[in-house]
Each structure stands twice: as C-alpha cells, then as structure tokens.
Design a protein around this ligand. Structure first.
Ligand SMILES: Cc1cc2nc3c(=O)[nH]c(=O)nc-3n(C[C@H](O)[C@H](O)[C@H](O)COP(=O)(O)OP(=O)(O)OC[C@H]3O[C@@H](n4cnc5c(N)ncnc54)[C@H](O)[C@@H]3O)c2cc1C
Length: 414
C-alpha cells in the first residue's frame, strides 16, 4: 500500500478490529471513514468474553507459535492501549488484572494439564502449578473434586462492550466518519488497484485505500479478482452472561476448564462460554450447547447454580484455514486485510491496529520483512509479525467459499 499517497482511508466493518484500526489511523493523520453494515460494535466483538489470554490459549504447532507471539505482544500493549482509550473517550474499558486459573476436574484432565504445563514451561511462559488444596485456597468457590490447576498470572480480561463503546467515542472525537447502516456489497478494482467501494444501496464511494475488517463476513465482499480473497469461515460460539444476586466475590480470577471458562466482571457478573462449533452461520443457540456449558461450570464451581441468567448469545469467530489472523496488504494494491482473528480478536486489537497503521504509512510489507529476517533483524519486529500474518499464504485456497470450509462441531473454548 506504500504506493498510495492520499490520506483517505475506508474501513469496512465496525467491530473491535475495524474501530481500533480506524482510531489509530486517524491519530496517524488519515482521513478515515468506517462503513458498517448495521450499528458499530454489535456483532462478534459484542459477544466476546474479553479474555486477554495468550498463555492460556497457547497451542502446539507452527500456527500456534505465531498466534502466541502475536498474543504476547498485544497483551503487553493492552494496559497502555486501555489507558489511552479511556483518556480519549472518558469511558472505562473494564480492564481487570486478575490472572487466569486453568483447572482439571479428573485424572485425564490432570494428565492433560501436566502436558500443557510442560509445554508452556518449555516456551518460558509464566505459569505456576498448583496442588488442589492451594488452588482452592486461591479460589475457594472451586469444587473439592479439583485435581490440579495452573495459574497464568499475566492473562487478564477486559469488557469488550465497554471497549467498543469507548472506541466508538474515541473515533468520533478523533474525526473518524462512522457510516452505519451502510453494507458494502463489493469493491471495484482497476489497473491501479482498488478504486472504489460500492454499497448495497448502489452508492459508489471512490477511494484508493481500503481495509477489509468485516469479521467472519470478510470473505463475502464481492469484486475481488480470483485468488485475491481470503477464505474466512464462521466458528460458532454460544455464551452466557450470568449475575450473582448476592453480589461480587464468587470468583476473583478467570477460571478455565475443559469445555469452557468463567470470566468475572464487576458487580458480581460472570461470562460463561463458550462452545466452538463448525456450523456455518447457524445463529440459534441450542439446548445441548447451553446444557453442557452450565453442567460443566456448575460441576467445577457449584455456586454457579445460584446465578441468574441475564443473557444467552451466539457469535461467529472469524477463522482462517490455519486459524491465525490475516493482517496486511493483499494481492490488490490499496486493499489491506485485518481479519481472521478467530478466538483472539479482543486480545489482538491493539497490535492489529498498530501493524495496519505501519502498513498504511508505508513501512515494510511481508516480502521486505522476509529480507530483513535474512539480514538478521530482531525477532518479533512489526515487520516479522506482518510476515507471520501475510494474506498471501492463502492465495491458493482463496477461491474456495467459506461455506465449503464448514463441518461438524468440535468442542468448546473461547
Ligand atoms: C463466544 C465468543 C467468545 C470470544 N471470546 C474472546 C475472548 O475472550 N478474547 C478474545 O480475544 N476474543 C474472543 N473472541 C473472538 C473475538 O470476538 C473476535 O476475534 C473479534 O470480535 C473479531 O472482531 P472483528 O472486528 O473482526 O469482527 P466483528 O466484531 O464481527 O466486526 C465485523 C463488523 O463488520 C460488519 N460487516 C460485515 N459485513 C459487512 C459489510 N458487507 N459491509 C459493512 N460492514 C460489514 C459487521 O456488521 C461487524 O460489525 C470470542 C468470540 C466468540 C464468538
């Protein structure tokens, strides 16, 4: 995108990613318009639990390593991002530095948790192994059946709904134009690259710089040449919002278990999530999904049975084929991607915005990052992180539709 000299930028999608990019781009001097299909901040990001949990989320494999590196970097950024956002908006974003407890309820679970402990220790991540008595001392609401726990003291949480409200306010204050009820139907491309965005109403907005941040719908914008799209699939999650009529105090940390998690919020509220289902955009909650979440949570924290159910919702994580995000310039000049954040879009919002703004300002693109790597640049530079999120890795798969990638339900997590 470094051949684009204008300061005008259109961001398609007003979720946490689009709004964070818009805010930071505006602060960098760009003239930003967000095009949002409905109202901003009402889709996936509205549903998210808000865990900032790179250590708890660490996964085996090469893509897992990439997501971990991104997550650790973004988690470091969060306190400052939250403070700046609170200052810019005058609103609280609900950052709670509680740490996270990963808990096993039976022998099989304990064996798996030992394996997870060894894996995290081998990566140098800060995790403490707790005997059952110690885990119950730290979280007295845990059931006596707990077999083993790991404490990840640096994994925290925010309230995504507060973050979204603050981002919206910060965007407006910074001069970002928010166009809600403006679904984008397609982009137009000429020999120089992207030339316009066309709304479903037929209105054509000329512009040479566009960021696609439409969450799980990012693969559905028409007009891109064959092979230039990104295959993004929806990964369904059912999630509950609970409230303790007795007030706060049941749990102090985020508690994760095989099949879900409980995230404490202020005022005795808790988020209980979440199923992970490969069922396309099937928007209705199911008895089985909700039953299993409630059963497992109440087994582990019996006091959950006393909580009131305030809300049951469904969201769709934007997943790419390797479940790592896509951040940076794509095949069409002028068009950049900020999508595919799957289970970690809240965590990765500050870093995504920073990476995108560097791209928009003309700093190293992935090919250049690879050259830097050969030249021995330090690990984890922004250019390296961009290389890890390069949209080009899906060029071959891009022509497949997102629906073709959906299958059966696979489990439960963030
Ligand atoms: C149950 C659940 C729990 C989660 N928990 C966590 C968690 O604890 N921590 C974490 O980090 N992440 C979590 N996530 C993941 C996180 O929610 C996502 O990664 C993140 O919200 C993605 O943000 P986004 O802005 O890309 O997508 P969205 O929030 O979906 O925003 C995309 C926006 O684009 C708009 N749009 C779509 N199509 C168009 C179009 N054609 N024209 C204009 N606008 C369009 C949509 O209306 C929407 O507002 C969770 C997700 C789920 C479902």
């Amino acid at each position: 995108m470094d051949d684009r000299h204008g300061t005008e930028l259109m961001v398609v999608g007003g979720g946490i990613i689009g709004l964070a990019v818009a805010w930071r781009a505006s602060q960098a001097g760009m003239d930003v318009t967000v095009l949002e299909r409905d109202a901003t901040g009402r889709a996936t990001s509205h549903v998210a639990a808000g865990m900032l949990a790179p250590v708890a989320e660490a996964e085996f494999g090469e893509a897992g390593r990439r997501v971990l590196e991104l997550g650790l970097r973004s988690a470091e950024m969060w306190p400052r991002f939250a403070a700046e956002l609170e200052q810019a908006s005058g609103m609280d974003v609900g950052l709670m530095r509680t740490g996270t407890l990963l808990v096993a309820r039976d022998e099989d679970g304990a064996r798996e948790l030992e394996r997870q402990f060894a894996f995290r220790a081998s990566l140098g991540l800060r995790v403490e192994r707790l005997r059952p008595s110690e885990s119950r001392r730290r979280e007295p609401a845990l059931a006596p059946t707990v077999r083993l726990a790991l404490q990840a003291p640096d994994d925290h949480s925010v309230d995504p709904r507060l973050v979204l409200a603050a981002l919206r306010e910060a965007c407006v204050s910074a001069g970002v134009k928010l166009r809600e009820q403006s679904p984008v139907a397609r982009v137009e491309v000429d020999e120089d690259g992207v030339s316009a965005v066309v709304l479903a109403s037929g209105e054509r907005l000329a512009g040479r710089r566009v960021v696609l941040a439409a969450g799980p719908w990012s693969g559905r914008i028409d007009g891109l040449p064959a092979g230039a799209g990104i295959p993004v699939r929806p990964v369904k999650g059912q999630i509950l919002r609970l409230r303790d009529p007795a007030g706060p105090g049941l749990l102090s940390m985020v508690v994760r278990f095989d099949g879900g998690y409980l995230v404490p919020r202020a005022e005795g509220r808790y988020v209980l999530g979440a199923t992970v289902e490969e069922r396309g955009f099937a928007a209705r909650p199911t008895v089985g999904g909700v039953y299993e979440l409630l059963r497992d949570a109440a087994d582990l924290v019996p006091g959950v049975s006393e909580l009131e159910i305030e809300e049951l919702s469904v969201g769709f994580r934007p997943g790419t084929p390797d479940n790592a995000p896509v951040i940076g310039p794509g095949a069409v000049p002028g068009l950049a991607w900020a999508t595919g954040h799957h289970r970690n879009g809240v965590l990765l919002a500050p870093l995504t915005a920073e990476m995108l703004v560097h791209v928009l300002e003309g700093t190293p693109a992935p090919a250049q990052a690879a050259r830097e790597r050969e030249g021995g640049s330090p690990r984890g530079s922004l250019a390296e992180l961009l290389a890890a999120c390069d949209p080009a890795r899906f060029a071959a798969a891009a022509s497949r539709s997102s629906d073709a990638l959906t299958g059966r339900a696979v489990g439960a997590l963030p």
